[in-house]
Design a protein around this ligand. Structure first.
Ligand SMILES: Cc1cc2nc3c(=O)[nH]c(=O)nc-3n(C[C@H](O)[C@H](O)[C@H](O)COP(=O)(O)O)c2cc1C
Length: 374
């Protein structure tokens, strides 16, 4: 097999494919199985210090389309294709004290595989900034190779957390700085895609000292309403709250956000997530400039930790390198970012006839000829 290894934020990965922070990485047993299956790294399910209690109902469902039909529904039925996941799961409901010995044991069992600990605290006062620092120090002392700050969960029950941090450039910068003040390992920041211009939050986050930016988390979304019962397809006592959509449907959305950031900061490290289930989709992110990629939904649907997904990803990359050996491509760095500059303004796209076309504006004079009333 070709050389799939890569160095990202100073850390060597055997391959550039990680399990994203989600149910596949919610326990030591899952993560050990994931490493046995061949994942280069994992990002743990997000760890916090505050009390976490999930809703009294299903936390995740999958939206499927009828093959050759028009029905989109989360109902289980044959002959369908996966469109998306939808979840309103909070961060890990296990406390930090439960996590730290697990991280230590995982690193002991697989010293050359990479464990990134995802953490989350609140914002707005010193107590919460200290909570970020307590979490960061705890996970790095337990042996985590890097830390991922979750500024991106779209449906936290507390308003000072998750995507609400990622929507505010000042909070992005201040919270990153607080962690960087105590971090001895690289600090990655997972930003929410649900903002007007993600480049502004990315800029603030890098200003706060982030070593890499990760995107996308799930997108704010609701489940469909059942046309017979008139209930949301996921609800508790008839009620639903906005949750997060992941999986195939978000690939193009996430690529657009990633392209904005990799163009604005071509020399910075990015980890791409959203809608990856095999090599073709991971390649999209690499061609935009990402140095690693992460997977959640596809792995959840493949024996909980994605053994077939990681096999296809590594095989796909190996075959790709073999196919392009004549171009001298030997590693990810030889093709990373090759299509970053192909995303341009609409006005810069060639028209069938460019003569007289000024990007949608009137021509240089800008005014209609004056009417002569004389
Ligand atoms: C059920 C579920 C739980 C998740 N929990 C977390 C979490 O705790 N922390 C986090 O940063 N992202 C979380 N995510 C988001 C994923 O890490 C990922 O960003 C998102 O699902 C998009 O990737 P995908 O298209 O491969 O699913 C969760 C996603 C799902 C589906």
């Amino acid at each position: 097999m070709a050389d799939l290894s890569t160095v990202f934020t100073g850390i060597r990965f055997e391959n550039p494919f990680l399990l994203a922070s989600a149910p596949p990485t919610e326990s030591e047993s899952n993560i050990l199985r994931a490493f046995e299956a061949g994942w280069g790294g994992v990002v743990t399910k997000t760890i916090g210090l505050h009390p976490v209690v999930n809703v009294a109902g299903p936390k995740t469902k999958f939206l499927r389309a009828d093959n050759g039909g028009t029905r989109l529904s989360m109902a289980k039925r044959p002959d369908t294709t996966l469109m998306a996941s939808w979840n309103w799961e909070l961060i890990s409901d296990k406390p930090m004290d439960w996590w730290l010995p697990q991280i230590a044991r995982i690193k002991k069992a697989f010293p050359s595989r990479i464990v990134v600990a995802s953490i989350m605290a609140g914002s707005g006062d010193d107590k919460e900034l200290q909570a970020w620092q307590t979490l960061a120090q705890g996970v790095q002392d337990a042996g985590a190779d890097a830390i991922e700050l979750n500024f991106s969960c779209p449906h936290m029950d507390r308003v000072d957390m998750g995507a609400n941090v990622g929507k505010d450039p000042v909070l992005c910068s201040v919270s990153t700085q607080a962690v960087k003040a105590v971090a001895k390992v690289p600090v990655w920041v997972k930003l929410t895609p649900a903002t007007a211009n993600i480049v502004e939050e990315a800029e603030a986050t890098f200003r706060g000292g982030a070593d890499a930016i990760v995107s996308s988390n799930t997108w704010p979304a609701l489940p469909p309403i059942d046309p017979d019962t008139l209930d949301f397809e996921v609800n508790v006592d008839g009620y639903v709250s906005s949750g997060g959509m992941g999986g195939p449907a978000i690939l193009p959305l996430s690529l657009a956000k990633m392209a904005q950031m990799t163009q604005a900061f071509p020399d910075r490290p990015f980890s791409g997530i959203g809608g990856i289930s095999d090599w073709a989709q991971a390649l999209d992110y690499f061609l935009l400039g990402c140095g690693t990629t992460q997977v959640a939904t596809a792995a959840m649907l493949d024996h909980a930790i994605g053994p077939n997904v990681i096999r296809n990803l590594t095989q796909g990359m190996s075959d790709f390198l073999d196919r392009h050996a004549d171009r001298g491509w030997k590693t990810l760095d030889d093709f990373r970012g090759l299509r970053r500059d192909r995303v341009v303004a609409q006005s810069a796209i060639r028209r069938p006839d460019n003569a007289g076309y000024h990007g949608g504006y009137d021509d240089a004079e800008g005014y209609a000829a004056p009417v002569n009333n004389a």
